[in-house]
Design a protein. Structure first.
Length: 60
């Protein structure tokens, strides 16, 4: 029973911290572009041509 004296305030503090973080994320626009995130997952990032570097063979 004495443990509840510690656990309830810790639980309320962590819940309030999570709520504050969620509200901050909403206010700063973290949840605005939901479709862009889904397209970025599918993008492999190969839009730029690769720079090919030839290894020096030591033969002149």
């Amino acid at each position: 029973m004495n443990m509840l004296v510690y656990l309830i305030p810790i639980t309320l503090l962590l819940g309030g911290l999570g709520l504050a973080t969620f509200l901050w994320a909403l206010k700063s626009g973290q949840c605005e572009d939901l479709e862009g995130a889904s397209w970025r997952v599918l993008d492999d990032g190969n839009d730029k041509p690769e720079k090919i570097e030839f290894a020096r063979s030591g033969l002149s």
